[in-house]
Design a protein around this ligand. Structure first.
Ligand code: MG
Ligand code: ZN
Length: 213
């Protein structure tokens, strides 16, 4: 019982900090989007493609356990970016975001993309002050992900299914995937895209533009 209580207190403190972050983002006129996925699903690729296609000023927070590779890729596009290295922690929390955005030029940006640590479990539990949670899944990971990680998929505001260019060579049952999503989340749109070929990204971009309009 004691352990359950401690976990709950940590989440309460995080929720409070997330509310403060949300206020800060509202004041800056920026909409924060928490992008979550397993490692290698294509979070950074999606952010890079979205920067090219969106036509709106954005800022980015990159979350990784270690390294600055992803922040360097985003920075090469002349977009304000901060890298968080969690040093082992498998998710971002609201306090990390608060600290990170202090070094970030938010004014003028319309969207703040927060790339969470690659992990389909606990990032769903920690609010960051975001207006939307986007879960990126990818075809090579398999159609069973919504069944195995229902918490993540039920928390999603939208789902991006990446790497659809691999559908011809991967055993992936689209109907099974979508049924799995709908079983835990009836309302979230599913965008089928390939960040490699650009296929399907138009509807995702439209959704983002609507979100900030
Ligand atoms: Mg990445
Ligand atoms: Zn974690």
């Amino acid at each position: 019982m004691m352990k359950i209580k401690i976990v709950k207190n940590i989440l309460d403190a995080n929720d409070q900090m997330a509310l403060e972050n949300k206020k800060l983002f509202d004041e800056a006129g920026v909409v924060a989007i928490n992008i979550m996925a397993s490692p290698g699903a294509g979070k950074t690729s999606l952010i890079l493609k979205t920067i090219d296609l969106l036509g709106l000023p954005v800022a980015v927070v990159e979350g990784d356990i270690a390294s600055t590779f992803d922040a360097e890729k985003v920075g090469a596009k002349n977009v304000p970016v901060v890298q968080i290295n969690t040093g082992g922690a498998c998710h971002l929390d609201a306090a990390m975001i608060r600290k990170a955005v202090k070094g970030l030029r938010l004014k003028g940006a319309r969207i703040l993309f927060v790339e969470n640590v690659g992990n389909l479990v606990c990032p769903a539990e920690f609010k960051l002050g975001e207006s939307a949670k986007v879960v990126v899944a990818s075809v090579p990971e398999g159609d069973d992900k919504p069944y195995k990680y229902p918490g993540m998929f039920s928390a999603a505001t939208a789902i991006v299914l990446n790497k659809i260019d691999t559908l011809p060579v991967i055993d992936f049952n689209m109907k099974r995937f979508k049924n799995g999503v709908h079983a835990v989340n009836a309302g979230a749109p599913i965008f089928e895209v390939s960040c490699k070929t650009g296929e399907g990204l138009g509807n995702w971009i439209k959704w983002l533009q609507k979100l900030v309009s």
